[in-house]
Design a binder for this molecule. Sequence first.
Ligand code: SF4
Ligand code: FES
Length: 255
Amino acid sequence: METRSKSLLGDKMEKEAYEFSILRTDAGGKQQYASYRVPKDRISTVLEGLQYIERNIDRSLTVRYSCRMEICGSCGMEINGKPRMACSTIVSKLHTDRLKIEPLKHYRVVRDLVVDMEPFFEKYKEGLPFIIRDDDGVYDSELKQTPEEFKEYEKYSMCIKCGLCLAACPIVGTDADYIGPAALAGVLRYNLDSRDRGKKYRLDIINGEEGTSRCHFIGECTEACPKDVDPSFAIQLLRVQGLKHEISRIFRRGD
Ligand code: SF4
Ligand code: FES
């Protein structure tokens, strides 16, 4: 009888807990999975599950997060094999009680679920993600823009630099020098901005060997993007811009 009630209790606990299997990496780079049971009634998101573990079971678990509302872009990780934001991934919507949590692919792991984002930001900077002007930059008033002009690039300005698209991209996995989907979406964002005059500089960059020509339009980046930036479509539009840029350069040279 006692055995049966223990087993019933075990069944109940089984139903009331999620199992988090987390790939942990220590300071020396040694990796191993560790499993934790998290009560279902204490959490809603994956991040809350990780916080529960950190606060109640194992204080050594290392996770990076800040806003907890899909704005800061810092809590990206592989959740059941897909790059996702831990703070906006609702556990019940994964339709399983077993969660496999790993650091983002294609990044160097610093510790546990924290990866080194430096190469991501270096690539992002390569695309000159700022307004470039061709005048002296001294104005009597602000540079105005109509709502329609803003709409042109609004979608691409929603990027939170989370890096999920690079983790999802199979090209990034084989060619570390490829500028990548986030930087290319950033290039389009500034190229479409009515205040900008730097399009020609950016197109020279993205027409290079590690630019848009490396993309195979598999679309994994768009699927992974939590903000609907649609980097895959941005790359297609950039290819058209890049082609026009090359053609006009040939005509200017008179080749
Ligand atoms: S394009 Fe999307 S997935 Fe890529 S860094 Fe920006 S928000 Fe993240
Ligand atoms: S904690 Fe800021 S995006 Fe998840």
